[in-house]
Ligand binder design. Structure first.
Ligand SMILES: CC(C)=CCC/C(C)=C/CC/C(C)=C/CC/C(C)=C/CC/C(C)=C/CC/C(C)=C/CC/C(C)=C/COP(=O)(O)OP(=O)(O)O
Length: 349
Protein backbone atom coordinates (compact mmCIF):
# COMPACT_ATOMS: atom_id res chain seq x y z
CA UNK A 1 0.00 0.00 0.00
CA UNK A 2 1.29 3.49 -0.84
CA UNK A 3 1.50 6.37 1.62
CA UNK A 4 2.64 9.38 -0.36
CA UNK A 5 0.82 11.89 -2.54
CA UNK A 6 3.24 11.46 -5.46
CA UNK A 7 2.63 7.69 -5.38
CA UNK A 8 -1.11 8.29 -5.67
CA UNK A 9 -0.65 10.60 -8.65
CA UNK A 10 1.80 8.15 -10.24
CA UNK A 11 -0.73 5.32 -9.96
CA UNK A 12 -3.45 7.57 -11.40
CA UNK A 13 -1.47 8.36 -14.54
CA UNK A 14 0.29 5.01 -14.94
CA UNK A 15 -2.52 2.55 -14.21
CA UNK A 16 -5.90 4.24 -13.83
CA UNK A 17 -5.97 6.83 -16.61
CA UNK A 18 -5.64 4.37 -19.53
CA UNK A 19 -8.56 2.24 -18.30
CA UNK A 20 -10.56 5.35 -17.41
CA UNK A 21 -10.11 6.95 -20.85
CA UNK A 22 -11.09 3.73 -22.58
CA UNK A 23 -14.23 3.23 -20.44
CA UNK A 24 -15.30 6.84 -20.47
CA UNK A 25 -14.72 7.07 -24.24
CA UNK A 26 -16.88 4.01 -24.82
CA UNK A 27 -19.76 5.48 -22.80
CA UNK A 28 -19.37 8.81 -24.57
CA UNK A 29 -19.72 7.11 -27.98
CA UNK A 30 -22.71 5.24 -26.64
CA UNK A 31 -24.25 8.55 -25.52
CA UNK A 32 -23.74 10.01 -28.99
CA UNK A 33 -25.99 7.26 -30.33
CA UNK A 34 -28.95 7.94 -28.01
CA UNK A 35 -31.96 8.23 -30.37
CA UNK A 36 -33.98 10.82 -28.40
CA UNK A 37 -32.42 14.22 -29.01
CA UNK A 38 -33.14 15.67 -25.55
CA UNK A 39 -31.82 12.60 -23.69
CA UNK A 40 -28.76 12.58 -25.97
CA UNK A 41 -28.15 16.30 -25.36
CA UNK A 42 -28.29 15.85 -21.58
CA UNK A 43 -26.11 12.73 -21.54
CA UNK A 44 -23.44 14.44 -23.66
CA UNK A 45 -23.65 17.68 -21.69
CA UNK A 46 -23.17 15.91 -18.36
CA UNK A 47 -20.30 13.77 -19.67
CA UNK A 48 -18.56 16.75 -21.26
CA UNK A 49 -18.75 19.04 -18.25
CA UNK A 50 -18.44 16.57 -15.37
CA UNK A 51 -15.72 14.17 -16.47
CA UNK A 52 -13.67 15.20 -13.44
CA UNK A 53 -16.29 13.49 -11.25
CA UNK A 54 -15.28 10.16 -12.82
CA UNK A 55 -11.59 11.08 -12.69
CA UNK A 56 -11.80 11.97 -9.01
CA UNK A 57 -13.99 8.97 -8.18
CA UNK A 58 -11.49 6.61 -9.83
CA UNK A 59 -8.87 7.68 -7.27
CA UNK A 60 -10.50 4.98 -5.09
CA UNK A 61 -9.44 2.33 -7.60
CA UNK A 62 -5.80 3.22 -7.03
CA UNK A 63 -5.87 1.39 -3.70
CA UNK A 64 -6.07 -2.12 -5.17
CA UNK A 65 -4.37 -2.38 -8.53
CA UNK A 66 -5.50 -5.99 -9.04
CA UNK A 67 -9.14 -4.77 -9.13
CA UNK A 68 -8.65 -1.83 -11.50
CA UNK A 69 -10.61 -3.56 -14.25
CA UNK A 70 -13.55 -4.01 -11.92
CA UNK A 71 -13.46 -0.78 -9.91
CA UNK A 72 -12.83 1.71 -12.73
CA UNK A 73 -15.76 0.52 -14.91
CA UNK A 74 -17.96 0.33 -11.80
CA UNK A 75 -17.15 3.83 -10.55
CA UNK A 76 -17.46 5.35 -14.03
CA UNK A 77 -20.80 3.67 -14.73
CA UNK A 78 -22.27 4.59 -11.34
CA UNK A 79 -21.00 8.18 -11.47
CA UNK A 80 -22.23 8.55 -15.06
CA UNK A 81 -25.73 7.50 -13.99
CA UNK A 82 -25.60 10.04 -11.18
CA UNK A 83 -24.43 12.91 -13.41
CA UNK A 84 -26.79 12.05 -16.29
CA UNK A 85 -29.83 11.93 -13.98
CA UNK A 86 -28.78 15.17 -12.30
CA UNK A 87 -28.83 16.84 -15.71
CA UNK A 88 -32.19 15.29 -16.58
CA UNK A 89 -33.70 16.59 -13.32
CA UNK A 90 -32.02 20.02 -13.54
CA UNK A 91 -33.06 20.68 -17.10
CA UNK A 92 -36.40 18.94 -16.79
CA UNK A 93 -39.49 20.39 -18.37
CA UNK A 94 -41.48 18.95 -15.44
CA UNK A 95 -40.95 19.35 -11.68
CA UNK A 96 -42.48 15.96 -11.03
CA UNK A 97 -41.14 14.14 -7.94
CA UNK A 98 -42.61 10.87 -9.20
CA UNK A 99 -40.50 11.14 -12.36
CA UNK A 100 -37.33 12.00 -10.38
CA UNK A 101 -37.94 9.05 -8.02
CA UNK A 102 -38.50 6.62 -10.88
CA UNK A 103 -35.34 7.72 -12.71
CA UNK A 104 -33.24 7.29 -9.57
CA UNK A 105 -34.44 3.73 -8.94
CA UNK A 106 -31.77 2.88 -11.50
CA UNK A 107 -29.10 3.79 -8.95
CA UNK A 108 -30.32 1.28 -6.38
CA UNK A 109 -30.83 -1.34 -9.11
CA UNK A 110 -27.24 -0.73 -10.17
CA UNK A 111 -26.15 -1.67 -6.65
CA UNK A 112 -28.31 -4.82 -6.42
CA UNK A 113 -26.65 -7.73 -8.27
CA UNK A 114 -29.77 -9.47 -9.56
CA UNK A 115 -32.28 -6.64 -9.68
CA UNK A 116 -34.40 -6.76 -12.84
CA UNK A 117 -34.29 -3.60 -14.94
CA UNK A 118 -37.29 -1.26 -14.67
CA UNK A 119 -38.82 1.39 -16.89
CA UNK A 120 -36.88 4.31 -15.45
CA UNK A 121 -38.43 6.77 -17.93
CA UNK A 122 -41.99 5.74 -17.05
CA UNK A 123 -43.08 9.25 -16.02
CA UNK A 124 -41.38 11.33 -18.70
CA UNK A 125 -42.11 12.07 -22.28
CA UNK A 126 -38.61 11.40 -23.59
CA UNK A 127 -37.98 7.67 -23.28
CA UNK A 128 -35.82 6.33 -26.06
CA UNK A 129 -32.24 6.36 -24.83
CA UNK A 130 -31.30 3.31 -26.91
CA UNK A 131 -30.59 1.31 -23.74
CA UNK A 132 -27.99 3.79 -22.41
CA UNK A 133 -29.21 3.90 -18.80
CA UNK A 134 -30.01 0.17 -18.68
CA UNK A 135 -26.48 -0.66 -19.92
CA UNK A 136 -24.96 1.54 -17.22
CA UNK A 137 -27.04 -0.32 -14.61
CA UNK A 138 -26.01 -3.71 -16.04
CA UNK A 139 -22.32 -2.72 -16.03
CA UNK A 140 -22.54 -1.83 -12.34
CA UNK A 141 -24.30 -5.11 -11.58
CA UNK A 142 -21.67 -7.15 -13.46
CA UNK A 143 -18.89 -5.33 -11.61
CA UNK A 144 -20.27 -5.65 -8.09
CA UNK A 145 -20.68 -9.40 -8.66
CA UNK A 146 -16.90 -9.57 -8.91
CA UNK A 147 -16.24 -7.90 -5.55
CA UNK A 148 -15.53 -10.69 -3.02
CA UNK A 149 -17.10 -8.91 0.00
CA UNK A 150 -19.92 -7.10 -1.78
CA UNK A 151 -22.56 -8.85 0.35
CA UNK A 152 -21.11 -7.14 3.44
CA UNK A 153 -21.46 -3.62 2.03
CA UNK A 154 -24.59 -4.06 -0.09
CA UNK A 155 -27.12 -2.87 2.47
CA UNK A 156 -25.05 0.22 3.29
CA UNK A 157 -24.36 1.27 -0.29
CA UNK A 158 -28.04 0.92 -1.15
CA UNK A 159 -28.92 3.03 1.91
CA UNK A 160 -26.46 5.79 0.93
CA UNK A 161 -27.69 5.62 -2.66
CA UNK A 162 -31.31 5.92 -1.52
CA UNK A 163 -30.46 9.01 0.53
CA UNK A 164 -28.72 10.49 -2.52
CA UNK A 165 -31.80 9.80 -4.64
CA UNK A 166 -34.13 11.36 -2.06
CA UNK A 167 -31.98 14.49 -2.05
CA UNK A 168 -32.22 14.65 -5.84
CA UNK A 169 -36.02 14.38 -5.65
CA UNK A 170 -36.46 17.13 -3.02
CA UNK A 171 -33.83 19.41 -4.56
CA UNK A 172 -35.51 19.45 -7.94
CA UNK A 173 -39.18 19.98 -7.05
CA UNK A 174 -40.91 23.39 -7.25
CA UNK A 175 -38.74 26.20 -5.85
CA UNK A 176 -41.31 27.26 -3.25
CA UNK A 177 -41.58 23.70 -1.89
CA UNK A 178 -38.04 22.35 -1.92
CA UNK A 179 -36.70 23.99 1.26
CA UNK A 180 -39.65 22.81 3.38
CA UNK A 181 -39.35 19.32 1.87
CA UNK A 182 -35.63 19.15 2.69
CA UNK A 183 -36.22 20.37 6.26
CA UNK A 184 -38.94 17.81 6.79
CA UNK A 185 -36.74 15.04 5.37
CA UNK A 186 -33.94 15.99 7.76
CA UNK A 187 -36.10 15.72 10.92
CA UNK A 188 -35.71 11.95 11.62
CA UNK A 189 -31.91 12.22 11.15
CA UNK A 190 -31.43 15.30 13.32
CA UNK A 191 -30.88 13.35 16.53
CA UNK A 192 -28.28 11.05 14.96
CA UNK A 193 -26.24 13.96 13.58
CA UNK A 194 -26.53 16.69 16.25
CA UNK A 195 -23.38 18.55 15.14
CA UNK A 196 -24.54 19.52 11.68
CA UNK A 197 -27.24 21.80 10.24
CA UNK A 198 -30.06 20.63 7.97
CA UNK A 199 -28.44 22.08 4.86
CA UNK A 200 -25.17 20.33 5.74
CA UNK A 201 -27.02 17.02 6.05
CA UNK A 202 -28.45 17.57 2.58
CA UNK A 203 -24.92 18.20 1.31
CA UNK A 204 -23.62 15.00 2.97
CA UNK A 205 -26.19 12.87 1.18
CA UNK A 206 -25.20 14.39 -2.19
CA UNK A 207 -21.78 12.75 -2.32
CA UNK A 208 -21.05 9.46 -4.07
CA UNK A 209 -17.59 8.97 -2.56
CA UNK A 210 -18.79 7.12 0.57
CA UNK A 211 -20.08 4.48 -1.84
CA UNK A 212 -16.78 4.40 -3.75
CA UNK A 213 -14.83 3.98 -0.51
CA UNK A 214 -17.03 0.97 0.29
CA UNK A 215 -16.55 -0.50 -3.21
CA UNK A 216 -12.79 -0.42 -2.62
CA UNK A 217 -13.20 -2.09 0.79
CA UNK A 218 -15.26 -4.88 -0.77
CA UNK A 219 -12.22 -6.03 -2.79
CA UNK A 220 -10.89 -7.60 0.45
CA UNK A 221 -11.70 -11.26 1.04
CA UNK A 222 -11.76 -10.89 4.83
CA UNK A 223 -13.76 -7.66 5.23
CA UNK A 224 -15.20 -7.19 8.72
CA UNK A 225 -18.47 -5.41 9.56
CA UNK A 226 -16.61 -3.17 12.03
CA UNK A 227 -14.35 -1.83 9.29
CA UNK A 228 -17.40 -0.96 7.20
CA UNK A 229 -18.93 0.91 10.14
CA UNK A 230 -15.75 2.93 10.79
CA UNK A 231 -15.49 3.92 7.13
CA UNK A 232 -19.15 4.97 7.01
CA UNK A 233 -18.75 7.05 10.17
CA UNK A 234 -15.79 8.91 8.68
CA UNK A 235 -17.45 9.53 5.34
CA UNK A 236 -20.99 10.15 6.49
CA UNK A 237 -21.15 13.00 7.52
CA UNK A 238 -17.58 14.36 7.50
CA UNK A 239 -15.75 13.51 4.28
CA UNK A 240 -18.93 13.43 2.16
CA UNK A 241 -20.12 16.68 3.75
CA UNK A 242 -16.83 18.41 3.03
CA UNK A 243 -17.00 17.15 -0.57
CA UNK A 244 -20.39 18.60 -1.42
CA UNK A 245 -20.01 21.80 0.60
CA UNK A 246 -16.93 22.51 -1.55
CA UNK A 247 -19.00 21.70 -4.64
CA UNK A 248 -21.60 24.27 -3.56
CA UNK A 249 -19.01 26.81 -2.45
CA UNK A 250 -17.58 27.16 -5.94
CA UNK A 251 -21.10 27.52 -7.39
CA UNK A 252 -22.15 30.14 -4.83
CA UNK A 253 -22.13 33.18 -7.11
CA UNK A 254 -23.53 31.34 -10.14
CA UNK A 255 -26.40 29.91 -8.06
CA UNK A 256 -27.10 33.30 -6.48
CA UNK A 257 -27.49 34.83 -9.93
CA UNK A 258 -29.60 31.95 -11.24
CA UNK A 259 -31.76 31.74 -8.10
CA UNK A 260 -30.65 28.10 -7.63
CA UNK A 261 -30.58 26.22 -4.36
CA UNK A 262 -27.15 26.38 -2.74
CA UNK A 263 -26.41 24.82 0.65
CA UNK A 264 -23.46 27.14 1.38
CA UNK A 265 -25.67 30.22 0.90
CA UNK A 266 -27.54 29.33 4.12
CA UNK A 267 -24.61 30.45 6.28
CA UNK A 268 -25.26 33.90 7.75
CA UNK A 269 -21.83 35.32 7.00
CA UNK A 270 -18.69 34.60 5.02
CA UNK A 271 -16.91 33.96 8.30
CA UNK A 272 -19.49 31.35 9.29
CA UNK A 273 -18.97 29.57 5.96
CA UNK A 274 -15.20 29.50 6.58
CA UNK A 275 -15.62 28.27 10.16
CA UNK A 276 -18.04 25.48 9.18
CA UNK A 277 -15.92 24.30 6.24
CA UNK A 278 -12.84 24.30 8.45
CA UNK A 279 -14.81 22.28 11.02
CA UNK A 280 -15.66 19.73 8.31
CA UNK A 281 -11.99 19.56 7.24
CA UNK A 282 -10.92 19.05 10.85
CA UNK A 283 -13.49 16.31 11.52
CA UNK A 284 -12.80 14.67 8.16
CA UNK A 285 -9.08 14.49 8.96
CA UNK A 286 -9.63 13.24 12.52
CA UNK A 287 -11.96 10.50 11.30
CA UNK A 288 -9.75 9.60 8.32
CA UNK A 289 -6.92 8.93 10.75
CA UNK A 290 -8.95 6.17 12.41
CA UNK A 291 -9.41 4.22 9.16
CA UNK A 292 -7.45 1.31 7.79
CA UNK A 293 -5.24 2.72 5.05
CA UNK A 294 -5.61 6.04 6.83
CA UNK A 295 -2.94 7.84 4.72
CA UNK A 296 -5.08 7.26 1.64
CA UNK A 297 -8.22 8.75 3.20
CA UNK A 298 -6.26 11.73 4.56
CA UNK A 299 -5.03 12.32 1.02
CA UNK A 300 -8.65 12.23 -0.14
CA UNK A 301 -9.45 15.07 2.28
CA UNK A 302 -6.51 17.19 1.06
CA UNK A 303 -7.25 16.18 -2.52
CA UNK A 304 -10.91 17.21 -2.36
CA UNK A 305 -10.02 20.69 -1.14
CA UNK A 306 -7.37 20.98 -3.86
CA UNK A 307 -9.54 19.57 -6.67
CA UNK A 308 -12.50 21.85 -6.02
CA UNK A 309 -10.49 24.96 -5.34
CA UNK A 310 -8.65 24.45 -8.63
CA UNK A 311 -11.93 25.08 -10.46
CA UNK A 312 -12.00 27.97 -12.94
CA UNK A 313 -14.77 29.61 -10.91
CA UNK A 314 -12.32 30.20 -8.07
CA UNK A 315 -10.67 33.41 -9.26
CA UNK A 316 -10.17 37.03 -8.27
CA UNK A 317 -13.32 38.10 -10.12
CA UNK A 318 -15.39 36.27 -7.51
CA UNK A 319 -13.80 37.76 -4.38
CA UNK A 320 -16.06 36.04 -1.85
CA UNK A 321 -15.35 32.52 -3.12
CA UNK A 322 -11.70 33.37 -3.74
CA UNK A 323 -11.20 34.55 -0.18
CA UNK A 324 -12.86 31.50 1.38
CA UNK A 325 -10.93 29.19 -0.95
CA UNK A 326 -7.59 30.72 -0.04
CA UNK A 327 -8.32 30.37 3.67
CA UNK A 328 -9.32 26.72 3.25
CA UNK A 329 -6.29 25.77 1.20
CA UNK A 330 -4.06 27.38 3.82
CA UNK A 331 -5.97 25.49 6.51
CA UNK A 332 -5.22 22.06 4.94
CA UNK A 333 -1.50 22.97 4.87
CA UNK A 334 1.47 20.84 3.93
CA UNK A 335 3.02 19.37 0.80
CA UNK A 336 0.16 17.00 -0.25
CA UNK A 337 -2.37 19.86 -0.49
CA UNK A 338 -0.15 21.97 -2.73
CA UNK A 339 0.97 19.00 -4.79
CA UNK A 340 -2.65 17.94 -5.34
CA UNK A 341 -3.60 21.53 -6.09
CA UNK A 342 -1.02 21.78 -8.87
CA UNK A 343 -2.10 18.39 -10.28
CA UNK A 344 -5.73 19.43 -10.11
CA UNK A 345 -4.94 22.65 -11.99
CA UNK A 346 -3.29 20.54 -14.69
CA UNK A 347 -6.28 18.22 -14.83
CA UNK A 348 -9.04 20.82 -14.76
CA UNK A 349 -7.73 23.82 -16.68
C1 LIG B 1 -7.23 10.77 -14.03
C2 LIG B 1 -6.31 11.51 -13.18
C3 LIG B 1 -4.93 11.65 -13.61
C4 LIG B 1 -6.79 12.01 -12.02
C5 LIG B 1 -6.05 12.76 -11.03
C6 LIG B 1 -7.03 13.30 -10.02
C7 LIG B 1 -6.31 14.07 -8.99
C8 LIG B 1 -5.80 15.41 -9.35
C9 LIG B 1 -6.17 13.50 -7.78
C10 LIG B 1 -5.45 14.08 -6.69
C11 LIG B 1 -6.28 14.66 -5.61
C12 LIG B 1 -7.34 13.80 -4.96
C13 LIG B 1 -6.93 12.69 -4.07
C14 LIG B 1 -8.60 14.20 -5.15
C15 LIG B 1 -9.83 13.60 -4.59
C16 LIG B 1 -10.68 13.20 -5.73
C17 LIG B 1 -12.09 12.88 -5.43
C18 LIG B 1 -12.40 11.82 -4.47
C19 LIG B 1 -13.04 13.58 -6.10
C20 LIG B 1 -14.49 13.33 -6.04
C21 LIG B 1 -15.10 13.40 -7.42
C22 LIG B 1 -16.55 13.01 -7.45
C23 LIG B 1 -16.91 11.60 -7.25
C24 LIG B 1 -17.48 13.93 -7.73
C25 LIG B 1 -18.94 13.66 -7.78
C26 LIG B 1 -19.65 14.83 -7.20
C27 LIG B 1 -21.11 14.72 -7.13
C28 LIG B 1 -21.76 13.46 -6.73
C29 LIG B 1 -21.81 15.81 -7.45
C30 LIG B 1 -23.24 15.91 -7.42
C31 LIG B 1 -23.66 16.48 -6.12
C32 LIG B 1 -24.57 17.57 -6.15
C33 LIG B 1 -25.65 17.46 -5.19
C34 LIG B 1 -24.34 18.63 -6.99
C35 LIG B 1 -25.10 19.82 -7.10
O1 LIG B 1 -26.01 19.68 -8.09
P1 LIG B 1 -26.93 20.89 -8.52
O2 LIG B 1 -27.34 21.70 -7.35
O3 LIG B 1 -28.05 20.30 -9.32
O4 LIG B 1 -26.02 21.78 -9.40
P2 LIG B 1 -25.16 21.43 -10.70
O5 LIG B 1 -25.51 20.07 -11.18
O6 LIG B 1 -25.52 22.50 -11.68
O7 LIG B 1 -23.71 21.53 -10.24
Amino acid sequence: MFRRSWQLIYRMYRYIKPVLEQEFGTWYKRAEQIPDSELRRQALASMSTKKFHCEGGCVYASQTLSYINVLVPLIIAYQTISDYLDNLCDRSTSLDPQDFRQLHLSMQDALTPDAPLRDYYLYREEKDDGGFLASLVRTCQESIRQLPSYAIIQQDVVRLSTLYSELQVYKHIAHDQREAALLNWWKPYQEKYPNIYWQEFSAVTGSTIGIFALFALATAHDLEEQTVTTVIEAYFPWICGLHILLDYLIDLEEDRQGGDLNFVSYYDTEQEAITRLQFFIQQAKLNAKKLPNSEFHQMIVDGLVALYLADRKVNRNQPEIYLIAKQLLRYTRGFPSWFFYINSLLLRR
